[in-house]
Design a protein around this ligand. Structure first.
Ligand code: SAH
Ligand code: MG
Length: 205
């Protein structure tokens, strides 16, 4: 795949081979319907998924309140002072996202949905061919994303989860736990894994 911008210049938490896997699965899922991502930040993953969506003639909805996860707040491990809006006293990654989408030429097919994931999930009615969960990593938030969004994945569609660490020494548990829950549900089969990215396909609803 040829990226429309220098992806290293986009802030974010995604390795290149993970991004390529997002692109490949987005491209093939797009024949079924629209795509959705939870956890946009500055749009790094959105570029890869958006490219696949566009090639398949589909759009990507990308959900984030743009106020940052716990570990991105000042004083925490993943804080980036450039994303701090001192006027409002809060993080704001939305201006970075808009810049990324404009530079990538993806403004017409990557649609930002701005707000708390659980609030949006409760009102969501459109089945999705592709669901990428990469939002809040607390247990409460990860399970809320699983419960709120997974029912919207079409049969034959794919569920992708980031930051799945089977060994607790490598990272937090909640993404791994929702991955295990998807497998235990009997509704998904694993089809690919790249670093901490897991890809599952829905076999039945
Ligand atoms: N996919 C991105 C990284 C996402 S980081 C990349 O490729 O770089 C996680 C994001 O989840 C943050 O931007 C944070 O604001 C968002 N987030 C965390 N909890 C959320 C919630 N409850 N509702 C909406 N967004 C949330
Ligand atoms: Mg992640």
């Amino acid at each position: 795949m040829k990226l429309p911008l220098d992806i290293a210049s986009v802030k974010g938490f995604l390795a290149e081979d993970e991004g390529e896997a997002l692109y490949v699965h987005a491209r093939s899922a797009a024949s079924l319907g629209p795509l959705l991502e939870i956890g946009t930040y500055c749009g790094k993953s959105s570029v890869y998924i958006g490219m696949g969506a566009r090639e398949g003639g589909q759009i990507l909805f990308t959900v984030d309140h743009h106020r940052g996860s716990e570990e991105m707040q000042p004083g925490w491990e993943h804080h980036d002072p450039e994303t701090w809006d001192s006027e409002t006293g809060a993080m704001d990654s939305l201006p970075f996202l808009r810049r990324t989408l404009r530079r990538a030429g993806l403004e017409d097919c990557v649609i930002a949905v701005i707000g708390p994931s659980a609030v949006i999930a409760a009102a969501w009615r459109t089945p999705v061919s592709f669901l990428f969960i990469d939002g809040g990593h607390s247990r409460t938030q990860a399970f809320a994303d699983y419960e709120g969004w997974v029912p919207h994945v079409m049969e034959g569609g794919v569920l992708l989860i980031h930051d799945v660490f089977p060994d607790p020494r490598d990272g937090g548990r909640p993404p791994f736990e929702i991955y295990e829950r998807a497998l235990a549900s009997g509704q998904f089969r694993p089809i690919a894994a790249v670093r901490s990215l897991r890809v599952l396909q829905r076999v039945k609803r």
